[in-house]
Design a protein around this ligand. Structure first.
Ligand SMILES: Cc1cc2nc3c(=O)[nH]c(=O)nc-3n(C[C@H](O)[C@H](O)[C@H](O)COP(=O)(O)O)c2cc1C
Ligand SMILES: Nc1ncnc2c1ncn2[C@@H]1O[C@H](COP(=O)(O)OP(=O)(O)OP(=O)(O)O)[C@@H](O)[C@H]1O
Length: 297
């Protein structure tokens, strides 16, 4: 797969493509279904276009919590054997292109065919629709992928994660929800109480429900079982911002500044404010045992 990081002014493509366009946050089964359709045409290369930063964050000037960053999407699309991944810088100027300007821009990219969902919108304030595209390109409109009457969408998956429904989120994402980030320094209390934790700098990754999780941790090319606490640490050193901390089983090494990935497999329980640290340690021991039982092969 060829990845092109570009601006809309400088983008170039010389090969005829079948293209799909969108945010594809999470690359859920609705997105995957659509991309499989893109790949079916043998007269063109398959191409996926997305934008960075997320258009909503540029338009609203607010950081938007995301399920996947560009590197996650790149990895997933590579595994799906997409030929070309176009990452176009999303700017205020780009957002102001009128629908016909946007269409002319696409024409300059050798687009033979466009594959999108019925609600696809483009151009300034989303004024362009599938009908507009049809006047200029061959367009394949993919039917909605539903799960029990609900359209599979990034928004719906975020709702499931907020409810701690990791099982259904996993089904709709086709993989466990994961967050990767650099390990940063915490308060070093964990080590003292016998459960050292790696604190992850989760940046603008979307955070699931506050609580304790059975997780799988990837460190380089190795995987470990772990138990994560996502929350405010109300018992020791209350933190106003949410923290993601993981106790990694059978690991002792220095993780500071290393990049690790945490996959949320099971929601175990709520985060609790304990009166005594001993009571918390007893519970953490049980969490670790439960994690082992759930995740051991
Ligand atoms: C599996 C696990 C479960 C935890 N559960 C709770 C909890 O219910 N309540 C709480 O206040 N802290 C909980 N913690 C967080 C610990 O209080 C925290 O790891 C400790 O304060 C160390 O923080 P530090 O990394 O900043 O040193 C949990 C930690 C782990 C690893
Ligand atoms: N469940 C689905 N079935 C069919 N097509 C879909 C589905 N979900 C998204 N698409 C299509 O995938 C493309 C990219 O969608 P995009 O990521 O921009 O939005 P989305 O998945 O609907 O997310 P959100 O929940 O944020 O609206 C669009 O053409 C969209 O219509």
């Amino acid at each position: 797969m060829k990845t092109i990081h570009t601006t809309y002014e400088s983008i170039k493509n010389n090969e005829p493509i079948t293209l799909t366009i969108g945010n594809f946050d999470g690359l859920h089964i609705g997105h995957q279904n659509l991309i499989e359709k893109v790949k079916k045409f043998s007269d063109t290369k398959s191409a996926v276009m997305t934008f960075f930063p997320h258009p909503m964050s540029v338009i609203t000037n607010k950081e938007l919590p995301i399920l996947m960053d560009i590197s996650d999407k790149e990895r997933a699309l590579k595994m799906m054997h997409v030929d070309i991944f176009m990452v176009v810088e999303f700017t205020k100027a780009f957002s102001k292109l009128e629908k016909l300007e946007f269409i002319e821009w696409l024409k300059s990219l050798q687009v033979k065919r466009i594959v999108v969902g019925r609600d696809f919108k483009f151009g300034h304030k989303g004024s362009g629709s599938v009908d507009d595209l049809k006047q200029h390109f061959e367009v394949l409109v993919v039917e909605d992928l539903l799960y029990k009457d609900t359209r599979v969408s990034t928004t719906y998956i975020k709702l499931l994660l907020e409810q701690g429904d990791m099982k259904l989120a996993r089904k709709l994402l086709n993989k466990s929800y994961s967050i990767h980030g650099e390990v940063i320094h915490g308060d070093k209390v964990g080590k003292m109480i016998g459960y050292p934790t790696a604190n992850i700098d989760y940046k603008n990754h979307f955070l699931p429900k506050i609580g304790v999780y059975a997780v799988i941790v990837e460190i380089g090319d190795k995987t470990y079982l772990g138990c994560a606490n996502l929350g405010h640490n109300p018992t020791i050193n209350y933190s106003t911002t949410r923290r993601l901390e993981v106790f990694i089983m059978d690991y002792d090494g220095n993780l500071y500044e290393k990049e690790i990935t945490v996959s949320f497999e099971y929601y175990l329980r709520d985060e609790i404010k304990y009166d005594k640290v001993e009571a918390m340690l007893e519970q953490i021991k049980k969490d670790v045992e439960q994690t082992y039982n759930l995740l051991k092969k």
